[in-house]
Design a protein around this ligand. Structure first.
Ligand SMILES: Cc1cc2nc3c(=O)[nH]c(=O)nc-3n(C[C@H](O)[C@H](O)[C@H](O)COP(=O)(O)O)c2cc1C
Length: 354
């Protein structure tokens, strides 16, 4: 294959807490150093319903975090709407939850993130020249305390080197599809990405609340990339536009945003018990269950997902309302692991910007 000469570069990125933004910046800087005309665009700052067709021959880059073993929906919808190729090459990158255990760097898991996007872009006529994951620290602090600053700096330094070296190959016109290394594990976790897309992400979006330290500064509301946080009852309220990107929780200067583990555990327990019991008794009463129960299980799973979604909508509103009552508020406050001091917030590297 003839190497492709890059004359201009256009990078579109989405980033919750800054990891993907840094990767876009490092890649862009490598191009600028070569005198390539470069533009880097945050997809949440533009009209995503009317994306301009890519200039003829421009190399396109798409960079985003991984959410639930896929690109977050905002990036997926962007790719679905992306105009057809005009002789363009494209490279895809995702940032993942990298860890460092002792001296060892442990990678995250991409699932469908790069594969689904690549298929869509191939169908639109693009030539894929790059697919690579970058294992920056995990920002998913609903699940684990934020990574320590020293570890963040060390992971960042490594990822910056990797990104620059990768950019150099892509800008030389080479095709480097590093993601093929991970294809088996990606396909193995892909069913989870479907569950996350239809259910998981909505539950996560509904686990946030503002505690008593919230001074209504509205920083979370103004900085939310999805404009998903509203004010309800004079307090922040997370709508379903939320991508659970963690920007609000990680950047609140008062540490006032929490994940309510108490509420999520309680509602999941009730849902699983209640819905399962009801469905099976209903099925047993009115329908003869056929020998092959395969399709029943599919149907039940879909009904469970729908009921879970409806219950979440109603219960989150009730939860938000109940937070007015001091005793209830205290209960949820103490059952939120994120309130404890050891549960650090995540901050991307301060030193590795350039
Ligand atoms: C809701 C959510 C889901 C995530 N899912 C995954 C995942 O499936 N695989 C993975 O490796 N990392 C996952 N992560 C970690 C992020 O992809 C990772 O920290 C990324 O670098 C964050 O980039 P950002 O700072 O640009 O938002 C997830 C993070 C969040 C908040």
């Amino acid at each position: 294959m003839e190497p492709f000469t890059t004359q201009s570069l256009l990078i579109y990125f989405f980033s919750g807490t800054g990891n993907a933004r840094h990767v876009a910046q490092w890649f862009g800087d490598a191009a600028i150093d070569r005198g390539i005309n470069t533009e880097i665009i945050d997809i949440t700052s533009i009209d995503r319903r009317h994306i301009p067709p890519p200039p003829r021959g421009t190399l396109i880059g798409l960079i985003s975090p991984t959410h639930g073993f896929n690109y977050p929906p905002v990036m997926m919808y962007f790719i679905f709407r992306f105009p057809r190729s005009r002789g363009n090459h494209v490279f895809l990158m995702n940032t993942r939850a990298g860890l460092k255990l002792s001296k060892w760097f442990v990678p995250g898991l991409s699932g469908l993130a790069l594969w689904l996007s690549a298929i869509v872009l191939l169908l639109k006529g693009y030539r894929i020249t790059g697919m690579r994951s970058i294992d920056l620290p995990s920002n998913w602090i609903s699940f684990h305390p934020g990574v320590k600053e020293k570890v963040v700096e060390s992971i960042y330094a490594r990822c910056k080197r990797i990104t620059k070296a990768y950019a150099s190959k892509i800008l030389d016109g080479k095709t480097v599809l590093t993601a093929f290394r991970d294809i088996i594990q990606d396909l193995l976790v892909s069913p989870i990405s479907i569950g996350y897309f239809f259910v998981g992400r909505f539950i996560l979006a509904k686990s946030f609340y503002a505690n008593e330290l919230c001074d209504k500064c509205d920083l979370c509301i103004n900085n939310c990339p999805m404009k998903a946080i509203l004010t309800v009852d004079n307090r922040p309220f997370w709508s379903y536009r939320c991508e659970s990107c963690m920007r609000c929780m990680n950047s609140c200067p008062k540490r006032a945003i929490e994940t309510s583990h108490g509420y999520i555990t309680g509602i999941m327990f009730l849902l699983n018990m209640g819905i399962l019991v009801w469905l099976w008794s209903l099925a047993g009463k009115i329908i003869l269950i056929p020998e092959d129960k395969g399709w029943w299980q599919v149907l039940f799973t879909i009904i469970r997902w729908i009921l879970t979604f409806i219950t979440m909508v109603i219960s989150y509103r009730i939860f938000h309302y109940l937070l007015r009552i001091p005793g209830v508020r205290q209960f949820f406050y103490y059952t939120s692991l994120t309130r404890y001091k050891f549960w650090r917030r995540y901050k991307p590297s301060r030193k590795m910007v350039k």
